[in-house]
Design a binder for this molecule. Structure first.
Ligand code: FES
Ligand code: FES
Length: 205
């Protein structure tokens, strides 16, 4: 490890490739750069939100090789060789919303939308593993994700509805006219100005 002129040890930078949503991102990161920060800062994928930064809130959940992972607990360099899916990559290949995104929109399973990307990734993996969750299993599926808006009733409804849509039991309903039903939050396009700020997340830093 090199020393800089001030006598401090400079952090070694690693050139790595991250496969995110089917796209290769060549990034240069220190070994300790969190995956959540690399996704947001190096890859420009700000749909992944950062709340607590210590594995509690679930807002930063992404899929790593299809499994939900808290990206604030994983180093970016550890994700090399894995396929990462963020909220921006959940939509179907034709651009339409996936069953979970459709269900959250339809059931109004979001309010401010800050927690939503983490719920969407978690539930996308959850209903793959358990395509017919009971009400209790639907609650359990999202038990590790915190929503400060206390919208859990509709979130749990959305989990059950997402499983229905994914099974093909009932077609997705169109959202009410003039209401985007939280489309931006559901796709990761929502602007969240200060999501590293405890006053915004309510979860402390
Ligand atoms: S669990 Fe990662 S930001 Fe909260
Ligand atoms: S909608 Fe969950 S934190 Fe606001």
């Amino acid at each position: 490890m090199a020393e800089n002129t001030a006598g401090k040890t400079a952090e070694k930078i690693h050139d790595v490739r991250l496969e995110v949503n089917g796209v290769t991102h060549a990034v240069a990161v220190p070994a300790r750069r969190l995956l959540s920060d690399a996704l947001r800062q190096e890859c420009g994928l700000t749909g992944t939100h950062v709340g607590c930064e210590h594995g509690v809130c679930g807002a930063c959940t992404v899929l790593v090789d299809g499994r939900p992972v808290r990206s604030c607990l994983m180093f970016a360099v550890s994700a090399v060789g894995s396929e990462i899916t963020t909220v921006e990559g959940l939509a179907e290949p034709d651009g339409s919303l996936n069953p979970v995104q459709q269900a959250f929109r339809e059931c109004h399973g979001l309010q401010c939308g800050f927690c939503t990307p983490g719920f969407l990734t978690t539930v996308t993996a959850g209903i793959k593993e358990n395509p017919c969750p009971t009400h209790d299993e639907a609650r359990e599926m999202v038990a590790g994700n915190l929503c400060r808006c206390t919208g859990y009733q509709n979130i749990v409804k959305a989990v059950e509805r997402a499983a229905e849509i994914a099974r093909g039991d009932a077609p997705a309903a169109a959202p009410p006219e003039g209401d985007d039903g939280g489309l931006e939050a559901a796709t990761g396009d929502a602007e969240v100005a200060r999501d590293d700020d405890a006053s915004t997340t309510g979860l402390g830093a």
